[in-house]
Design a protein. Structure first.
Length: 511
């Protein structure tokens, strides 16, 4: 077998993938490719991903630094790690530091808006700042996550212990949400190091956090340089290069569904375990026993802003439709008034007849990433699109479906949803138990959907919420937190020095 280095691509060149399929190089890709560049071939889709040499170098250098830091983390005390989190939090709490970060964020937001990009998750705020500080201090106060004996087996004359240990270098790629930047450092609690790439929209904010808070906290606490490293690049190719590095202990991706799936494929090809969070959208169901006031509150409080656990699809049983649909619509309208930009409803074909005439014929001015857009208040969609996640800016957007019963709602959830969040509004305890057993969701509740958040629900800043899109590394656990990123090492403590597998006694020494 002969092996050569790829230095050029030609239009029409064929690339084998998946064992028996062929992808064809296009003219644009061939023109961009230069000696020293790399071509990643996704084996499950045939995607041809161009990684320029400069982006590969940036990503490799970041992983180099994180790997070198990991080799030194064993000499770092748990108290030093706690001191890092406190120092990081203290800097974010410093008004001068936060002003510099907020100014950088304002520039990011202005740039994103000028390009017609969504800014709902990009803008920093006082509540976001408070959550980041609280999360960092929670990790600082948390019990050490390394060196814990989780199992011990005693034998005559010796003992084996299973001990928690750091996993290694953890890589993150996530959308432009500055708060996730602080969450990602949670893996240091278990003695890991971290390298991350943030979405290009928030890169300026990330640079400010690194310069004014993160790097100074690392230095002050005595953690090794490179314990937390930003891949300073706006190019998607830098994230591809980082996830293709086989030295990673874990790759975590958060963002849009297709992009996250692509990143997951890259990491798996490199032999790197993944945890992916690409789509969201919570589901809610209500039956005949549901109390109107409770349903109203659940819907209203599930639509305060657009994030992954925002209410996306509402199912109501046929017997309760006439009584509860008006309650649902009122709550949706009130949620729109709260945001100041109305509301938007999608209804499955055939169910639109259950809506009031003034809804079916109304038009609204919806706030979109590109600005305000006039469009129908209600749009009909096929049942096959029940799982579509609505990415809204300030105009709450939900899908309505009338179901025959709760079993039907659970069936639709399992078939169409991202299998993420399911809530049931019902006064029937037996119905709740049956619904819980029927839906394949890691998060199941009986009220608003927005409770699904590691820091809000479990007092643990989350690294990601596994929604079943290949994110099963940690079994059925829905929340991936910093202290959950660990491995086990086996350690033997031998009391009897004469142990021998064959039963042979220790011979007498000759000298």
């Amino acid at each position: 077998m002969r092996s050569d280095r790829l230095t050029a691509l030609a239009p029409g060149m064929t690339v084998i993938y998946g064992g028996d399929r062929i992808a064809v190089v296009g003219e644009a890709l061939a023109a961009r490719f230069r000696p020293g560049d790399r071509l990643l071939v996704l084996q499950d889709t045939g995607d041809l991903l161009h990684v320029p040499a400069a982006e590969h170098a940036v990503a490799t250098a970041a992983v180099d630094r994180a790997q070198a830091a990991f080799a030194r983390m064993g000499a770092v005390s748990d108290d030093q790690i706690s001191a890092f989190f406190e120092a990081f939090a203290a800097r974010l709490a410093d008004d001068a530091v936060w002003t510099a970060i907020a100014e950088a964020n304002a520039r990011d937001v202005e740039s994103a808006r000028a390009r017609g990009r969504s800014t709902t998750r990009l803008e920093v705020s006082d509540p976001m700042r408070a959550d980041m500080i609280a999360g960092l201090r929670a990790w600082g106060a948390a019990q050490p996550a390394r060196g814990q004996v989780v199992e011990a087996v005693a034998h005559e004359g010796w003992r084996v212990e299973q001990v928690t240990a750091p996993l290694g270098v953890v890589a993150f790629v996530f959308e432009g949400r500055p708060n996730v930047f602080a969450d990602a450092t949670g893996v240091l609690r278990a003695g890991n190091t971290v390298v991350f790439r943030i979405g290009s929209d928030a890169l300026g904010t990330a640079r400010a956090i690194v310069a004014h808070a993160l790097d100074p906290a690392i230095a002050e606490s005595g953690l090794p340089e490179g314990a937390a490293v930003l891949v300073d690049s706006a190019a998607h190719a830098a994230g591809w290069a980082m996830f293709s590095d086989a030295r990673l202990g874990l790759a975590v991706a958060r963002g849009s569904g297709p992009a996250v799936a692509q990143l997951g494929g890259i990491a798996r090809q490199a032999g790197v375990p993944v945890s992916l969070h690409g789509t969201g959208g919570a589901w809610m169901a209500a039956d005949e026993s549901a109390e109107p006031a409770r349903l109203f509150a659940a819907v209203f409080h599930s639509l305060d802003r657009k994030v992954c656990n925002t209410l996306n699809t509402f199912c109501v049983t046929q017997g309760a439709a006439e009584r509860l649909i008006p309650v649902f619509l009122e709550a949706l309208e009130r949620a729109g008034e709260r945001r100041g930009h109305g509301c938007k409803l999608h209804v499955v074909e055939g169910d639109e007849i259950r809506l009031p005439a003034d809804w079916r014929g109304a038009r609204i001015l919806a706030r979109r990433a590109e600005g305000d857009v006039e469009e129908p208040k209600v749009e009909v969609l096929p049942e096959a699109e029940l799982g579509r996640e609505w990415e809204w800016e300030a105009t709450p957007e939900v899908t309505l479906k009338v179901v025959s019963d709760l079993d039907h709602a659970a069936e639709l959830f399992n078939r169409h949803s991202p299998q993420f969040v399911a809530c049931l509004i019902s006064a029937d305890a037996a119905a709740h138990e049956r619904f819980y057993q029927a839906v394949n969701a890691p998060f199941v509740g009986d009220g608003f959907t927005r409770w699904v958040d590691g820091q809000y629900a479990l007092n643990k800043p989350e690294l990601g919420l596994s929604n079943w899109e290949f994110g099963r590394l940690f079994a059925r656990g829905g929340v991936l937190a910093g202290d959950g990123v660990f491995t086990l090492r086996a350690r033997v403590r031998q009391a009897d020095p004469h142990l021998d597998r064959g039963g042979v006694a220790t011979p007498a020494r000759q000298s």
